[in-house]
Each structure stands twice: as C-alpha cells, then as structure tokens.
Design a protein around this ligand. Sequence first.
Ligand code: NAD
Ligand code: AKB
Length: 321
Amino acid sequence: MGKDVILVTGANGQIGGVLTKALREAFGEQRVIATDIRKPEFPNAPFEILDILNKERLIQLIQKYKVTQIYHLAAILSAKGELNPQFAWRVNMEGLFNVLEASRLDQIQKVFFPSSIAVFGAQTPRINTPQDTVLHPSTVYGISKAAGENWSQYYFQKFGVDIRSLRFPGIISHENPPGGGTTDYAVDIYYAAIKGETFTCFLRDDTQLPMMYLPDAVRGTLELMDAPADQIKIRTAYNLGAMSFSPSEIYQSICLHEPDFKINYAPDFRQQIADSWSASVDDSQARADWAWKPKYNLPAMTEDMLYHLRKKQNTPEQNFS
Ligand code: NAD
Ligand code: AKB
C-alpha cells in the first residue's frame, strides 16, 4: 500500500471507529490520521480535532501529514437531521464541498464518501431497488446524499478526483453506538435483549429495510477503495446489499437465543422516513464491477452481536450502556 497517508473525518462515529482500526491494520497506525469534532474516549494513534466546516484547518492537516487519501465520514444522519434541517444540510454539503475542493487543490489520490439508502424516496421501486432509479428523497439527509453523489461524479468527470461511494444500508455494530439514524433500532434492540429489558421499537413490526453488519461494510469499503480505477463504473454511488428484515424478524432471531425477550411497538416520526426507503436493493453492479459479496445474514449477525455484547457486559472496564 506504498506511502499512502489517510485522513478520516467523523472517525469517532459508529462506522468511523471500526473503519479507522481496519485502515490502521492495512496501512500502519501512524499513516491513518483520525479526525472528529469531538475527542475520542481513548486517544492513542494520530488524532486531530477537525470541524469539517473549517476548510483552512482541513487543508492545514492535509499538508502537515502529507495526506494522500481521505475517508469522509462526518455527517448528520437522517433522524437527527430532521430535527435541524438547515444545520444538517450545512454539515453534510459544506463539509463535502470542503473535502472535494481540498482534494482537487491538494491532489488527493483517492476519496471515499459514503452515501445511503436515504437517497431513495416514495416514488422509488421499493423491492430490489435498481442501481439507476428515481431519487426523490424525503429527508434533508437523503437530499444531501443524493446531491453529494452527483457532486462526487462531477468532481471525478471534471477534475479527475478519484472519489468512490457506496449507498450503505442501515449498519449494525456492537462497537461504537449509532449516531441518530432511522435504522438505529436494529442496534438498540440487541442491547435491550442483553440487559433483559423490554424493547420499545420506534418502527412498526413489519417495516422491512436493507441492513448490513459492520464487518461487511468495512470490508466492502476497503475492497471498493482497493479496486483498480477502471473497474469503478459507477461514479455516483453503488447500491450495496447484505440482508433485509423487519423489527418483527430481528426480534424473532434474537428470541432464538433469548426466549424471554419482550418487544412492543410505538412508531414515531421515523416511521415515515423508513416508509420512504427501499425494502431491499439490487447490488448486482457492485458484485459485477469489484466482486462485492456480503458474508453475514440475519442469523449469523445475531449470533455474533449477542456473543460480543455478552462479552462486553462481562468486562468491567468496558462501557456497556
Ligand atoms: P455517526 O453519526 O455515528 O458518526 C458521525 C461522526 O461525525 C461523529 O463522530 C460526529 O462527532 C462527527 N461529526 C459530526 N459533525 C461533524 C463536523 N462538523 N465535523 C467533523 N465531524 C463531525 O455516523 P456513522 O454511522 O458512523 O456514519 C458515517 C458515515 O456513513 C456518514 O456519512 C453516514 O451518512 C454514512 N452512513 C451511515 C449509515 C449507518 O447506518 N451508520 C448508513 C448509511 C450511510
Ligand atoms: C440512517 O438511518 O440515517 C442511516 C442510514 C441508513 O443512512 N443509518
């Protein structure tokens, strides 16, 4: 992997924490500069405070560390974004512009920008959503991701910035907590099961959504970024699938391990957001172009999540909440 130096924005988030670890294993600890607006709980390898709205500081860090690649994860997610739409738009769009412009000016070799199933909307075919389809998102988060996909393609076509992107489904992980999305229930439900609490789900029992276990999302990101540039045929963002399930189905998969676990349903404003998204996606283009293949289905993920959360619960120094 040569002399690449990677800067990660939003590195303390649900995906950022684990992706940064994986990048450090691949490129070397000192070659991956984690950045975020807030300090990590346990700072170790290179970390810098960076508000992505501060373009001068971004450029300063790129020059200080001689950065060659950027993984731009900092964003405000769907549910949190609806609470303050103008702020979410500013962080998501101005933040992306700062990364794109800094990448163009400083000749960054590769950029990763995660998109989301939030780009889809009520007019999008809900089952097996095609790669090329109607994008009329209903949230400010989805609008910012759809615009971001097109800006990414623009910077690739116009300026040759090698920016690559995936439409992540809802991500589930036992490590860093999720940051304010519509799919967060699918993480919270495992914590409730382990703590022996009744879980109140903010989505209806039959709400099918595309989901993915974080190890698959991290591997997919590394594989996309490692693929030869001429294999990357989609310069907006690739659909990426792994599994689809409803709250009732994830509940049943947990009950196979925790038979006394109880759930009830109290749908809130997030139901409308979920109803506007896909139930499943067609990711055949990612499979064809750079050999994408998920490893985890719902039963395998449930077994692994419960194993890791039980271990965390039994380790006193771990913050289990
Ligand atoms: P998260 O909310 O857990 O983490 C985002 C991080 O960005 C946080 O650590 C936060 O402190 C940081 N941040 C917020 N504002 C910032 C600013 N102004 N400057 C710098 N940092 C700032 O999100 P995540 O789940 O880790 O998602 C990472 C990326 O992946 C996002 O772009 C998100 O849209 C995308 N994505 C996530 C999911 C998912 O299910 N987690 C699904 C699809 C796409
Ligand atoms: C959210 O629910 O906002 C995210 C996403 C699917 O982008 N998890």
